[in-house]
Design a protein around this ligand. Structure first.
Ligand code: SF4
Ligand code: ZN
Length: 287
């Protein structure tokens, strides 16, 4: 068992370090913010970046942020696991909530939209960028694994949203001085291996499904892909490799303005988060 565990850990580390090295995700003197939810993907990202920091020649610093959306009975467990792991690895952690920023929790607004993931995603992306930028971070590392990336890509097809194709990459360019680019160290690692790594290494993680995830298109796409994989092993890797070969489009240069309300960079002012906040406040006052 010990040898199998060592072999598996080596496989995971080699996979993640290869992505970090091949795509030069981290450069000397950079400050990296890791988005930590407490789930398996972000916890593995945290551990791998700490290992990379101590083993590679690249000199960089790490901190972490945990966004508390305000999902009662769910998010508290994730925050506990984020704290535990950050403390054991000596990584400074900032916790910031939707309630701190907007005065309400996701639970308070979940039924205003068909899919709760929509407002959640807009607000989470907004806060991740705002906090990383205010901490002068050069990049945000997220826990997106290979399965997440295939799902995202298929969803852009389903929505006919060709503009998002260039996001299919483990690293995005900085397109504005206040827009912190993302890196995805687990880009080529299948989800099942992420979970297995946490289990065999006894890593404390938050392993529950978000109660709102069933409202998302992503959960349907995920189920469909898992069914295909069950029928024909290797199909997810094949889809991923086909995308990788076919769709490396150059990042389209976009001009970003400042949001007239919050000052954050945006393609169109007011930014999505401020526009949504206005809508939410109107809907809440109508109730
Ligand atoms: Fe937010 Fe949806 Fe993720 Fe739940 S599943 S945390 S609602 S994006
Ligand atoms: Zn704004």
């Amino acid at each position: 068992m010990k040898i199998e565990q060592e072999q598996f850990n080596k496989y995971v580390k080699d996979n993640v370090f290869k992505t970090l090295n091949d795509y030069e995700l981290i450069k000397d003197d950079e400050k990296i913010m890791i988005g930590v939810s407490g789930g398996k993907d972000s916890i593995l990202t945290l551990h791998m970046l700490c290992q990379y920091k101590s083993e590679s020649d690249i000199n960089f610093s790490i901190e972490a942020v945990c966004i508390d959306e305000g999902i009662c009975g769910y998010r508290e467990h994730g925050i506990r696991s984020a704290k535990e792991n950050c403390e054991s690895l000596n990584v400074p952690l900032t916790i910031y909530s939707f309630k701190d920023e907007w005065g309400y929790n996701l639970d308070d607004i979940h039924d205003l939209y068909k899919s709760t993931c929509m407002p959640c995603g807009v607000y989470r992306r907004y806060l991740l960028n705002k906090i990383s930028d205010s901490h002068n971070c050069d990049k945000i590392a997220t826990g997106h694994n290979m399965d997440d990336e295939i799902q995202s890509f298929l969803m852009t097809f389903a929505r006919n949203d060709r503009n998002k194709f260039p996001k299919f990459s483990p690293v995005l360019d900085r397109i504005h001085e206040n827009m912190v680019p993302r890196i995805k160290p687990l880009w080529q690692l299948p989800e099942k291996d992420v979970g297995l790594w946490c289990v065999i290494n006894n890593i404390p993680i938050h392993d529950e499904e978000c109660p709102y995830s069933i409202t998302s298109l992503r959960s349907d796409v995920k189920l469909y892909l898992n069914k295909l994989e069950e029928k024909q092993k290797g199909i997810k890797r094949n889809i991923f490799n086909s995308f990788k070969k076919t769709f490396r489009l150059p990042t389209k240069q976009v001009h970003l303005d400042k949001c007239e309300i919050c000052g954050q960079p945006t393609a169109q002012s007011p930014c999505k988060a401020c526009k949504m906040t206005r809508e939410i406040k109107e809907k809440m006052s109508d109730l």
